[in-house]
Design a protein around this ligand. Sequence first.
Ligand code: SAH
Ligand code: SF4
Ligand code: F3S
Length: 444
Amino acid sequence: MDTNNRKIYIETYGCQMNFSDSEIVGSILSTHEYTITDEINEADYILINTCAIRDNAEQRIRKRLRELKALQRKRPHLKIGVLGCMAERLKDALMEEEDNVSLVAGPDAYRSLPSLLKEVDSGHKAANVLLSEEETYGEIDPVRLGSNGISAFISIMRGCENFCAYCVVPYTRGRERSRDPKTIVDEARRLFEKGYKEVTLLGQNVNSYRWDESGTMVTFPQLISRVAEINPQLRVRYSTSHPKDLSDELIEAMATHDNICKCIHLPVQSGSNHMLKAMNRKYTVEWYMDRIEAIRRRMPDCAITTDVIAGFCGETEDDHLQTLELFRKVGYDYSFMFKYSMRPNTYAHKYLNDNVSEEEKTRRLEEIIKLQGELSLESYRRDVGKRFEVLVEGTSKRNKAQLFGRNSQNKVIVFDGEGHSKGEYITVEVTDCTSATLIGHIVK
Ligand code: SAH
Ligand code: SF4
Ligand code: F3S
């Protein structure tokens, strides 16, 4: 093995935050004697950035670790490291349970990866799962992994302190902390100068972004405005807003900047006040609906998407029906829908009873999925006949003669795009749709 230029392959699971973190890891390691490769068969190390949000996310990673044993038999020097939320949750125990793992590093420990890899090189196993109250990787310029050269993620904060009863994130990602706005705006500006046209600002609850700038507080609406003002040709998105904190100021900032995309992801989790209380979400259905109305009043064309959990502890049939009713009322454009999965050490694990049967969870989830399918189709049908500005992302996978891109509402539009290319803004009129794609033609 050439010890001066070892190749690292990074494989990422989980949320956008994890994808963004992998780019930070890539950056930290590219500055040392390592190269990031996208060819797994050339790798000297495979780093798996993991998710712990639901049991099936962890099972998938364990299965992947077993699969990788075959590759390790062929290439005995190949070492495997586990990063991210599952690493943080299981700590050293992960290396006892999975005997082909030599390195474990939690989300706040990535600066120590070069020294952890050295320990592994000298034949030891290495772990660092310390969580930090300050680490934001603020000044690190991430390498863009698997990027289309058009859209990029920018982490603006880390951690979460909301402690929703079901959720493992506060334990895997630690205290909430915001990143210096100057480094965020600089990163966005550098991306724009390199030809990127869209950035997504990431945090578990972006509304609690806060940075003391010589005595005055920079809040999220101010931060997103600063990023939007870099250039009107740079689209700005964000994720995720917690409904309890979605402010009128943020709605106003979105409405007054054309390039802040008109799409809000507002995870509701349940349509029942009884469940919301048990989940420690700190808002009611009435509060949530008031926020939806505030969005619609100011931005009638804004898409609204959500996350929902079926079968949380103590959920009755009536609670479930209230969730369906709320879905109909809001008419979500799209949702991420999950079956409740008990996570060790969370409040729900310690104090509540996971008493909805697996079959019942499945049935409720299927009902929500079916309803969302209808709502999505209605939402896409309403767009037929409308014109949208589309940011072109590439050629359609199904038909090479066609281009695809997204509108401000984050809906994918496919169209004949002869003579145009990736990164352009084009006006497209929608002529047809499915429940997941709009189909259109260029308006000359
Ligand atoms: N910070 C974001 C959510 C991050 S996790 C927010 O609060 O909105 C993404 C989604 O996974 C959550 O919104 C929730 O719907 C789901 N989720 C989290 N923990 C879960 C669990 N234990 N079982 C099932 N789904 C869960
Ligand atoms: Fe989890 Fe709640 Fe934090 Fe979201 S806000 S990451 S659901 S604890
Ligand atoms: Fe994200 Fe999964 Fe961690 S959703 S924050 S990678 S537990």
